[in-house]
Design a protein around this ligand. Structure first.
Ligand code: TRP
Length: 336
């Protein structure tokens, strides 16, 4: 039996932060040799909210370089740009026509984003999860690494696939594979540096709330120095009264590679003045090689483009096959 196929994407908006890295990309990297992986840059999703054409291409290359700098390995992983493969938008259209409107209207993320945007809500924002379903179903993915916020979109993907299979397929021969969520390991939910009860997020207006993968040592130093803590002496995990403490210890644990037991013991009697420099140091050291590889990759744009071209060719072969199958079952006339 071949390896299971894993697929995921990230939008090229804002820069990647430690939440993205520790909660997602690092897990992909660690597990990549067990699977056949497809990781793409979701640039079509990026225009569902107002965007700046000036930066879209740069941010796409930058994210591709960060994927590689974080350790995605082309021997196990295909990296590509969503908009380079027209099958994504084409399948999304076909799926639009079998997806009931009220399935989309109840998506939590749509409701939240629509609320934020007031008058300026485009159809793409509502349709976002159908495009995401197309992304996943085109590759007949077995597993999709998802965080809490994307679970509902994966459920919807399964519902859409099941509906297509039911309406147009044979019972014993499903047309589209129903993907399963790949749940991330415990402790990888990174919270904001200004509020330990909120997720670290690209959309938080405060830069101080997150550490970006490309932050300089000075920036990291200053952010940790000023991050929210509490007046209690002695640091411990899992105290619901101390969300910031739990988060900072988790960051230390993940970035130092130490065990929870070791960190618990090491920090039990520490004050913040002792702990913060330690955390700063491991962060700077952990990010340094990623930043060096990133700079190297960005100075050779042609090589990066070649990676994306190869990824596109590999991904398009699979995507086109699935798209053709779906068009066939829907009864489309094949072009000569
Ligand atoms: N919606 C995802 C996010 O913002 C990005 C995404 C687009 C995605 N298509 C996908 C993730 C397909 C997994 C699979 O995080």
């Amino acid at each position: 039996m071949g390896k299971q196929r894993v697929l995921s994407g990230v939008q090229p908006t804002g820069t990647l932060h430690l939440g993205n890295y520790l909660g997602a990309i690092r897990n992909w990297v660690e597990a990549q040799s067990q699977y056949e992986n497809y990781f793409f840059i979701a640039d079509l999703h990026a225009i569902t909210v107002p965007h700046d054409p000036e930066h879209l291409a740069d941010q796409t290359y930058s994210l591709a370089a960060l994927y590689l700098a974080c350790g995605l390995d082309l021997n196990h992983t295909t990296i590509f740009v969503q908009s380079h493969i027209s099958a994504h938008t084409e399948l999304a259209w076909l799926l639009n026509c079998i997806t009931p409107l009220n399935w989309l209207e109840r998506m939590i993320q749509f409701k939240e984003k629509a609320l934020k945007q007031g008058e300026n809500v485009n159809i793409g924002l509502l349709d976002y999860p159908v495009l995401q379903a197309a992304d996943i179903l085109l590759y007949q993915a077995d597993l999709v690494p998802v965080g809490e916020d994307q679970k509902q979109h994966l459920e919807l993907t399964r519902d859409i696939a099941a509906r297509l299979n039911f309406q147009y397929g044979q019972q014993d021969q499903p047309i589209l594979k129903l993907p399963e969520p790949l749940i991330r390991p415990e402790g990888a939910r990174i919270m904001s540096l200004t509020d330990g009860t909120n997720k670290m997020s690209k959309s938080d207006p405060s830069e101080q709330s997150r550490i970006n993968l490309l932050d300089t040592p000075d920036q990291i130093h200053n952010k940790i120095k000023r991050c929210k803590t509490d007046p209690v002496r002695g640091l411990s995990f899992d105290d619901p009264q101390r969300p910031e403490c739990h988060n900072l210890l988790t960051l230390y644990l993940l970035m130092s590679g130490k065990t929870k037991a070791a960190v618990t013991q090491e920090c039990a009697d520490m004050g913040w003045g002792q702990f913060k420099p330690l955390l700063t140091e491991v962060m700077i050291e952990d990010l340094r090689p990623i930043q060096e590889r990133y700079t190297e990759l960005m100075t050779h744009p042609r090589d990066l483009q070649a990676v994306l071209k190869k990824g596109r060719d590999q991904a398009a072969a699979i995507a086109t096959t699935t798209l053709t199958t779906v068009k066939d079952v829907l009864g489309y006339a094949r072009p000569l």
